[in-house]
Design a binder for this molecule. Structure first.
Ligand code: BG6
Ligand code: MG
Length: 217
């Protein structure tokens, strides 16, 4: 293993909060009379709250129907629903295999970081009691260009004083895999519904993470 750091996406990788994001968008879409299919939900995965709303409106041909103030109300409303669902989150909701994998990485001296587009990332990590395991958590509020732009992954590499090639990214979203590759890093994909770029190490679930140790990464 030549990697010195693992950079983790949060929603859909460390825990299944992506389903809460989906429920919140679905609820908002219903209120607005918008279509929200499985494909729509894939398209929203991994991108910022504002960009997700734009995509949802574009896919419904409603992109010209809302002012900036109305859009802000809509993203706030969606976030309110999401925060309601977060109340249900417990440490037992960390996905299978994650905690042993993080401990094994630490034992090998690998630095751990979180590269999540979510402004709720710190609150989610706290609820899961994972905060202490990470050396760095990127602040989504300070990232100017959302995934698939590489900015957040490069921000993590910079904070850890490592080169991109020394970092391995973990993602469940297509936009995230693209961001990792654009940063010049390799990607582990967790159940990625591939439409454009395939991850370098595709896994079907977090339970398979331990198989990475046997590979010559
Ligand atoms: C990503 C999720 O991690 O965070 C997206 O995959 C979400 O679905 C994005 O839109 C932004 O999250 P938040 O919590 O800031 O609205
Ligand atoms: Mg994700």
């Amino acid at each position: 293993m030549h990697y010195k750091s693992f950079l983790f996406d949060l929603d859909g990788v460390l825990t299944d909060t992506q389903r809460f994001h989906n429920l919140a968008w679905q609820r908002l879409a219903q209120e607005l009379g918008l279509r929200f299919t499985q494909q729509d939900s894939e398209a929203l995965k991994g991108v910022s709250r504002q960009r997700a709303l734009e995509i949802l409106l574009e896919r419904n041909h409603r992109e010209n129907d809302f002012t900036a103030a109305q859009r802000e109300e809509l993203t706030d409303r969606k976030n309110g629903y999401y925060r309601e669902y977060l109340e249900l989150l417990r440490p037992a909701d960390v996905l299978p295999g994650i905690v042993p994998f993080l401990h094994a990485a630490q034992a090998r001296g690998i630095l751990l970081a979180v590269a999540s587009s979510s402004r709720n990332a710190s609150a989610v990590l706290e609820k899961l009691q994972l905060t202490e395991l990470f050396d760095y958590v990127a602040d989504a509020a300070k990232i100017r260009r959302p995934k698939p732009d590489p900015e957040i992954f490069l921000n993590c590499a910079h904070a850890l004083a490592l080169s991109p090639a020394e970092c391995l990214g973990f993602e469940d979203a297509q936009a995230g895999v693209e961001a990792i590759h654009a940063a010049g890093m390799r990607a582990v994909g967790i159940h990625v519904a591939v439409t454009t770029q395939a991850p370098d190490y595709p896994l079907s679930s977090t339970s398979e993470l331990e198989t990475l140790w046997a590979q010559d990464l």
